[in-house]
Design a protein around this ligand. Structure first.
Ligand code: G3H
Ligand code: 13P
Ligand code: ZN
Length: 352
């Protein structure tokens, strides 16, 4: 299947009570891990590319890799989407053949956000083929019962105001809307199980029936990956000073943190949320896996030293394929799991 925009994806997701996974791509291993999971699960997918990814990898390389992936699995519907674009980047991506762009005007006043989003929608929709536009209203943040210094009023202020949604989507002509319901980007989202504003999703869905919503900041920050990073990045460290400091201060590379529970993602996917953005969990899976390979090398070396240095000295594994291969597999396993959580496994057949 050729690359697709997100229109049919969201129609099917809304009708079927599931959500499309939107995963960030920065290099070949991430892309292959994501696409191979989608092939295994027969799931449509949105590949997200941020401005940072464009700068890091150069779009020419990313596009060639994506085209290779699509040729390898023609039965999988794939959208190429700009993640958190500004005006110029959105316009450039439409010209470059992206099938979907996000203009993030969440930092702009309401009227300015509408004005810029409308310009991009007009340009994207007149493009042949049609390019989908995601807009954002509200600011991502966190709702925690005991966040010091953030009053209830402040938190409320940053969440999407359902009363503004109908006017915003009508005047901008956007195809989907990223809403702030209490999630945030990155690995440090919550210290305790979060309260997400599901009531707002329900309220918005009533005001704009059938309109696709997008949930950003949806990584779950799985504890086992934090554990791997803490174990292999500190405990397996052979830097004596760092080990001593860590032991003295009860210190870990990544302190206790929580993400969005998977049950919350499944719940949102059954509501009006048709696209769920996940990046941090892929970063964690990749990094944890690499540290694990290197940590195991160090452990082997330690065993050899403690065992009286018998036999040949274990070699440190510096062949990138030996640590990027397992990292790619870890991404594949992570994405396959997310596809089940989103309820999108097996849905590629809807696009035949
Ligand atoms: O929401 C942001 C995504 O995680 C992309 O992050 O801008 O560092 O590529 P990035
Ligand atoms: P996470 O940082 O929770 O993975 O969110 C990613 C995201 O929203 C990208 O737009
Ligand atoms: Zn985001």
């Amino acid at each position: 299947m050729a690359l697709v925009n997100t229109k049919k994806m969201f129609d099917e997701a809304m009708r079927g009570g599931f959500a499309i996974g939107a995963f960030n791509v920065n290099n070949m291993e991430l892309l292959q891990g994501i696409l191979w999971a989608c092939k295994e699960k027969q799931a449509p997918v949105i590949l997200q590319i941020s401005k940072g990814a464009r700068k890091y990898a150069n779009m020419r390389y990313l596009r060639a890799l994506i085209d290779a992936g699509c040729a390898e699995m023609p039965e999988i519907p794939v959208a190429i989407h700009l993640d958190h674009g500004d005006y110029d980047t959105s316009m450039r991506c439409i010209d470059e053949g992206f099938t979907s762009v996000m203009y993030d005007g969440s930092h702009e006043p309401f009227e300015k956000n509408i004005e810029i989003t409308r310009k991009i929608s007009d340009y994207a929709h007149a493009h042949k083929p049609y390019v989908s536009v995601e807009a954002e209203l509200g600011k991502l943040g966190g709702i925690e019962e005991d966040v010091v210094g953030v009053s209830h009023d402040d938190v409320e202020k940053f969440l999407t105001d359902p009363k503004q949604v109908k006017e915003f989507v009508t005047r901008t002509g956007c195809d989907s809307l990223a809403v702030a319901i209490g999630t945030s980007h990155g690995a440090y989202k919550f210290k305790h199980a979060p309260k997400l504003a599901f009531d707002r999703i329900a309220e918005i869905a009533k005001l704009v029936p059938g309109f696709p919503l997008v949930m950003h900041g949806s990584s779950s920050v799985p504890p086992e990956f934090i554990e791997y990073i803490n174990t292999y990045a500190v405990l397996e460290s052979h830097n004596k000073k760092m080990l001593e400091t860590a032991a003295r201060e009860g210190w870990a590379q990544m302190p206790n943190t929580m993400g969005v529970p998977e049950e919350a993602i499944t719940r949102a996917s059954k509501m009006a949320v048709c696209k769920v953005n996940i990046d941090t969990d892929l970063r964690l899976a990749m990094t944890a896996s690499i540290l694990k390979v290197w940590g195991s090398c160090n452990a082997e070396l330690m065993k050899w030293i403690e065992g009286g240095r018998k036999g040949s000295q274990p070699k440190f594994n510096f062949d990138p394929r030996e640590y990027l291969g397992p990292a790619r597999e870890a991404i594949k396993v992570m994405v396959a799991r997310k596809l089940d959580v989103l309820g999108v496994s097996g849905k590629a057949s809807l696009f035949k």
